[in-house]
Design a protein around this ligand. Structure first.
Ligand code: ASP
Ligand code: MG
Length: 443
């Protein structure tokens, strides 16, 4: 069967019995052949990480306490989800096997790798409960285990050859129908052991599956109408952006629009499969479509990233010297600290980082080359729009909107579709509102 769509639902979209029921209704309202990828119910992965951490540190009682709390919560979900005694019983029996399995780790030595097996249970639970619920509703569906096809290689990258072969094999089975459910996040590693695609990895699972099956659309379902043109937590009257290119979406995602992990949709971009962000609470809304191209438009959206630190290196030796920038960058590289923004003049370099774990050591080494100034509590404002060199004046409008706000660094010219501006965190809200008013009629 040709599958048309991949639909991924995040933790809050399956966060309680009513939400699971709503997702079941949503995925079965039409006959479009689809693969449904589920996250764990919200909070579950955190609890499982906590359990693994307790076990690793030998805190058996604490681990048992978290397991018990989780079990109580799931038994409530089970009784609210199902309405027939048959499925209440089957759900309970299934949950019992999961919690017995989790308890089986308590009196054994705990190896770091077992953490992955523990953490995988969240998605195994959510998909199994969904599958049972669909059965109870007499909606035909097939559950395939991500452990049977999703795999990473020894570098932690998706093993596309393996995944493709095995996914096609499972879907070619005559029993696989129009509605297939599987786990996000969960996979095996090169040794065949249970592993995962890192926190938030369900989007990545959906993009990998959708790319391999070359579906018409990958849908990421969350609790908001797509990506907004400004940060709804700080600005009123924001609106969803209807169309973005993959590159524009990546910039926005990196700079704070929390809705999507930037690298998670790379497999979709590679396969040129469009990704649509949809809202479970408002399914009629078209959401945001992320596609190969999007029409150039002066301004599309702004987003901000907090807790940025700026480091300024002033050196008289930099005058006419070469190799200075390299020396500076090598120090950050040696401390595995990524640099986000850079500005240079004849005598100084200003740059920003958000990982300050090694800042003291970095500063110490930089001091050999000049005077160092460090400023904390800054925000990067990312403005996504059309900043090609042959469309003059666009940046002027953004800067004009910010005329009353002190700017630390302006980064223009590296990307054709974004400009980054460094401001004090204390000015961030004002900056977002000012940009929103001038560019998008936000308030
Ligand atoms: N359940 C996993 C997590 O919380 C994966 C995901 O939700 O995308 O990180
Ligand atoms: Mg998630």
């Amino acid at each position: 069967m040709e599958y048309t769509n991949v639909l991924k639902f995040g933790g809050t979209s399956v966060g309680n019995a009513q939400r699971i029921q709503a997702v079941a209704a949503l995925v079965s309202r039409d006959d479009v052949p689809k693969i449904v990828v589920l996250s764990a119910m919200s909070g579950t992965t955190n609890s499982l990480v906590e359990i693994a951490d307790h076990l690793y540190r030998g805190r058996r009682q604490e681990a048992l306490d978290v397991i018990r709390d989780m079990e109580i919560n799931y038994l409530i979900v089970n009784s609210e989800l199902f309405s027939t005694s048959k499925y209440i019983r089957e759900g309970k029996e299934f949950l019992q096997t999961i919690f017995t399995y989790l308890r089986s780790f308590v009196n054994k030595e705990f190896y770091p790798l077992q953490e992955k097996a523990v953490v995988a249970q969240g998605e195994i639970i959510s998909t199994t409960l969904m599958h049972y619920y669909l059965q109870e509703q007499e909606i035909p569906s097939t559950l395939i285990s991500a452990l049977d096809f999703m795999r990473i290689d020894k570098d932690g990258e998706p093993d596309y050859f393996y995944i493709k072969q095995n996914l096609h094999r499972l879907l070619a089975d005559p029993s696989a129908g129009r509605l297939v459910i599987t786990q996000g996040f969960v996979c095996r590693n090169a040794q065949g052991e249970i592993d995962n695609l890192k926190r938030g990895g369900s989007d990545y699972s959906a993009a990998i599956i959708g790319g391999i099956l070359n579906v018409a659309e990958i849908q990421i379902w969350t609790d908001i109408d797509g990506l907004h043109n400004n940060d709804p937590r700080h600005v009123k009257n924001t609106r969803p952006v209807r169309l973005l290119s993959f590159d524009e979406a990546a910039e926005l995602a990196y700079f704070g629009a929390k809705i999507l992990h930037p690298s998670s949709i790379q497999p979709a971009k590679r396969a040129s499969v469009p990704v649509r962000l949809k809202n479970t609470l408002n399914p009629a809304d078209e959401g945001t479509l992320i596609d190969k191209d999007s029409p150039a438009c002066d301004f599309k959206a702004v987003a901000a990233k907090d807790d940025i630190t700026a480091v300024k290196i002033k050196s008289s030796n930099m005058l006419l010297a070469y190799g200075f920038v390299r020396t500076v960058f090598e120090i950050f590289e040696a401390w595995k600290t990524p640099i986000d923004m850079i500005a240079t003049s004849e005598v100084a370099i200003s740059l920003t980082i958000d990982d300050t774990r090694h800042l003291d050591r970095i500063v110490k080494e930089l001091e050999r080359y000049g005077t160092i100034e460090v400023e904390h509590a800054l925000s990067i404002i990312c403005v996504v729009g059309d900043f090609r060199a042959d469309t003059p004046g666009v940046i002027a409008r953004a800067l004009h909107a910010l005329r009353e706000i002190p700017l630390r660094i302006v980064s223009y010219g590296a990307s054709e579709h974004s400009v980054s501006l460094l401001v004090r965190q204390a000015d961030k809200q004002r900056a977002l509102v000012a940009l929103g008013r001038a560019l998008f009629d936000n308030e």
